[in-house]
Design a protein around this ligand. Sequence first.
Ligand code: AHR
Length: 516
Amino acid sequence: MKKISTLIALIVAMNVAAQNSIVVNTKAGKDTISRYIYGHFAEHLGQCIYGGIYVGENNPTIPNKDGIRLDVMQALKKLKVPVLRWPGGCFADTYHWRDGVGPKNERPSILNVWWGNVREDNSFGTNEFLNMCEELGAEPYISGNVGSGTPQELADWVKYTVHPNGSSPMTDLRKNNGRAEPWQVPFWGLGNEAWGCGGNMKADYYANIYRQYATFMTGGGKKLYRIASGASGDDYNWTEVLMKELPKGLYDALGLHHYSVIDWQKKGSATQFSEEQYFITMKQTLLLDELISKHAAIMDKYDPQKTKALAVDEWGGWYDTEPGTNPAFLFQQNTMRDAVLAGSALNIFNNHADRVKMANLAQMVNVLQAVILTNDARIILTPTYHIMEMYTVHHDAALLPVKIISEKYQVGNEVLDAVNASASMDKTGNIHISLVNIDAAKTQEISIALQGETYNVASGRVLTGNTLQQYNSFEQPNAVIPRSFTDATINNNQLKLKIPPHSIIVLSLSPAKQRK
Ligand code: AHR
């Protein structure tokens, strides 16, 4: 018996990778991790808006306020959603905002040509979106129609939403529609994926169009934060052209879209995947670091003071849709793979806080890497939801630089760093460290040297699953939830812990009390 247990201990020991070391400089906080990095995105696509967020004012079975689901709102409030991008996506460049304001029975129906040719009755429009953002405490990011709209239409939309009461026919229209005072709409996107569904434009053509549209957008005394439709993945020429051609006074940020996709032709199941497929998903996710570094290097040439931001306004995992669902609705389940993906991507965004000032997970409810899935009156919170919630500690905190020496995670002949991390100091002086072990099988030992003040571990939370494929279902909604983590030790500012395979840990440290 003893021999067997010794053997098991040996096997377990062999499965614990040697040493990962991290240095956190607690005194070097310079850049703020913008809370907008924790932004979301909701498109008129499948059941994101209709069914997922908005169920209609007269819905007899799903509790709602003004048609907005109360259960979804309650869950989203816990995420402290800082910014919400709407109405698309590809849908944005087909959307004419006037169709979605005024009495609902007079709003025309249109065909949602990008997402399944379904009927869009425009019952969720500008007023509904902006009122919902107010209720949520999220700042709106409206993605304007540049692909099939006009500069006048976009300029009018800005007036309708933010200009002071009584200042124009558009603000009169707003008042007639039940809202006298303007909303706060700081963020405006000028087109979406202009290189693709937003008009198949070339970079220099879009740059000209951008200049035209931006010229006529006036904030009625308020600053508009304008975001140009950015590059797809590694299209560095797009960034180069925009940085060269856009007048500094007409824009504030460039977008960047990158999805973690195994293969656009063979995306694979969201729940039944091999370790090889998982590895590719993670490789695609960690690529964000290189993409951001290279786009940022181009921006540095034209904007060394870093006055312009990079907004990763679409990111996330993209797999095959769930069997039996409309393929055009992009409904996919969400496993521990997605939690590892989200934890790693957010660490990358945090570590690029000097240039990345916004990111928007695609998408909020029922579409792609959603934080919430709904089924009629039921909802579940996905593993990705829990990561977003655990990482709220980083919102607007000072980024602390981390140096990481990581073990390698190998599949076939390829390797990735097994461990990634980011750290920040919040306004009370507490430090938060988010750690991800992407290794599918090995526990990683990590030692973290804290340079600077002396700290104690105040608390820790871990998100892990029995398998990488584990997910929350409507039958088992709490299969994957964060749990308390108490196994970190600290001695002489040297933290030690073991992080299980495919897991995410967030540690909170407080300054040790001053000795008298
Ligand atoms: O998020 C789904 C789609 O992906 C968006 O509509 C589009 O911008 C991107 O290609």
